[in-house]
Design a protein around this ligand. Structure first.
Ligand SMILES: [Zn+2]
Length: 248
């Protein structure tokens, strides 16, 4: 099973990384760690190689303010470009966010790598950016922690994108993420911890850790229940989908 999005290089894991890694390995979960800023790419590459993580190279839109050179030009060993995208509210003008996102999309296309997209409160803008970029072709990549609602699933799917869901589908009173989860075609679905954020809320509340890769089997059970899907078939589909993106 693959956790498609966990920031294991975040400082909030530093004191507990050994136990988090031990639980990940015990649960047979692989992980993709996205890049967030240029200054952390080299360290991420080294740690990914030491731990056996997949990793990506990119600049998180929330960290754009302090970055003068946010777009990668190469991706030595990376499994994806990202995470990148659009975020509101932000001190960074939407025009600059769009320019930086387009830079990431260009690099991903030229290196033939999938892209990891972050979009928070900007789903009025992102489809236009992607349509302008794609033209008549499609994209390979994932909308991580998808928040665009069921009604935009068809739009994003038409660009060729996958959809990844995290702990929000377990939250009490979660409605939008669950409707979206149910609307995504099985061959476009992925799951993630989005650690260390988006801690899951499992019932009964047996999970006491912050969000981490080891939660993936429980998250998968939860997603299968919500989609009224067979767990084994869902796991097989998730694996096929990860393979489609080169992460199998
Ligand atoms: Zn992230």
């Amino acid at each position: 099973m693959l956790d498609t999005h966990c920031h294991l290089d975040d400082v909030r894991y530093d004191a507990i990384i050994d136990e988090v890694e031990a639980r990940r390995v015990a649960n047979r979960v692989r992980v993709l760690v996205p890049g967030v800023r240029r200054g952390s790419w080299d360290a991420l590459r080294r740690r990914a190689s030491a731990h056996g993580w997949l990793f990506a190279i990119g600049t998180h839109p929330e960290l754009l303010k302090d970055e003068s050179d946010p777009v990668p030009t190469s991706a030595d060993g990376a499994a994806a470009i990202g995470e990148c995208g659009l975020h509101r509210p932000s001190a960074v003008a939407m025009e600059r966010q769009i320019a930086v996102l387009n830079g990431h999309l260009e690099v991903a296309r030229s290196l033939n790598l999938p892209v990891i997209l972050h979009c928070v409160r900007a789903h009025d803008v992102l489809p236009k950016v992607l349509r302008a970029f794609c033209g008549r072709s499609t994209l390979r990549g994932v909308l991580h922690s998808y928040s665009g609602g069921a009604q935009l699933v068809g739009v994003y799917a038409s660009f060729g994108l996958h959809f990844s869901f995290g702990g929000a589908i377990t939250w009490p009173n979660a409605r939008r993420p669950i409707e979206a989860l149910r609307a995504v075609p099985t061959d476009r679905l992925l799951l993630e911890s989005d650690g260390p954020d988006q801690a899951p809320h499992f019932e009964p509340a047996v999970w006491s850790h912050k969000s981490e890769p080891a939660m993936l089997p429980a998250l998968c059970n939860h997603a299968a229940d919500l989609r009224k899907a067979d767990r084994t078939e869902l796991i097989a589909a998730l694996h096929r989908n990860a393979t489609t993106l080169g992460w199998g």
